[in-house]
Design a protein. Structure first.
Length: 306
């Protein structure tokens, strides 16, 4: 739900917003002094699976709830989960442009990572529930790799780890082989007593919660599961591939700015991805310590400067 602020912002301000699948982070900075006036996080609702018009209305509601009138904003930048192409980003940008009277920029939320780390040029790599890599070409057009969601992609993310583990485990079962470590881990995580029940369960979960079973896959890997080891190995390959695709399509970045729970919390994935991106692509990988919304504010500031 969106909590309503009791006061309004009367100053001329820059607004940066990071809309994630579960939380929306808003930061408001006074211009030109640069003093932070407001920093709020609210629960994201009415976002997943919606079109640009509905998402524009959601952002407008968040702004209104925080006392941000259209006349006070001199620039608005939104890093949007699910804006996985220039077409999607520009559609939302157009909708917001109809609702506010200041310059607006919309990019995928992974684009915020570089500016959040103070980098002028970076490939953004996110691997949490899902996975995506983004960058910009020489002309400023967006480059995207991954970001296809739990049904079609998210390799290396929580969704991909679980989906691939279940698929391979069941294939192994059909071949008359077993992986008791992974079998037990997934049964415990999902609450079923037989892995053959997992496909029906995963299909019934219309709003998928099964990516949350990813820690069971990691635990099984650490306990010696051969299937989990294959899945982890392939996840590393896929994440390196995403970065390579962005680099090879013309991104001139010299650093990878990374984020996401899987990359941060799973050394079996983070360490080899970081090493291979450096060894094979010549790109150091950094993990911004500042929240992505800082990057949104920095990009909003550039709108005014430009």
């Amino acid at each position: 739900m969106i909590a309503t602020e009791q006061s309004t912002v009367d100053n001329a301000v820059l607004v940066g917003i990071d809309v994630g699948a579960t939380k929306t982070h808003v930061r408001v900075v006074e211009t030109p002094a640069g003093h932070e006036l407001l920093d709020r996080t609210v629960t994201t609702s009415g976002w997943q699976g919606q079109d640009a018009a509905a998402r524009g209305r959601y952002v407008s509601r968040v702004l209104s709830s925080l006392g941000l009138g259209a006349g006070t904003m001199v620039a608005l930048m939104v890093g949007a989960q699910g804006a996985d192409s220039d077409h999607q980003a520009l559609a939302l940008q157009h909708e917001l442009g109809r609702l506010v009277s200041c310059p607006v920029l919309v990019l995928n939320d992974a684009h915020l990572l570089g500016p959040a780390a103070g980098l002028s040029s970076a490939i953004g790599l996110v691997c949490g529930t899902g996975s995506i890599a983004v960058g910009l070409d020489r002309d400023g057009h967006g480059l995207y790799a991954g970001g296809l969601g739990w049904a079609l992609g998210d390799e290396g993310g929580g969704a991909g780890l679980v989906r691939e583990s279940v698929r391979r485990l069941l294939r192994r079962t059909h071949e008359g082989r077993t992986d008791p470590v992974l079998d037990a881990a997934l049964c415990e995580a999902s609450g079923v007593d037989d892995v053959t029940l997992l496909p029906d369960l995963m299909i019934r979960l219309a709003d998928p919660i099964w990516p949350q079973w990813a820690p069971a896959v990691v635990a099984a890997f650490e306990a010696g599961s051969p299937v989990a080891a294959e899945v982890i190995r392939d996840a590393v390959d896929e994440l390196v591939r995403l970065v390579r695709l962005i680099r090879d399509r013309g991104c001139q970045a010299d650093t990878v700015a990374a984020a996401g729970s899987i990359l941060r919390q799973v050394p079996a994935i983070r360490v080899p991805v970081q090493q291979r991106v450096l060894d094979e692509l010549g790109l150091p990988m950094v993990f911004p310590t500042e929240p992505p919304v800082r990057g949104a504010v920095a990009l909003a500031r550039q709108l005014v400067a430009d």
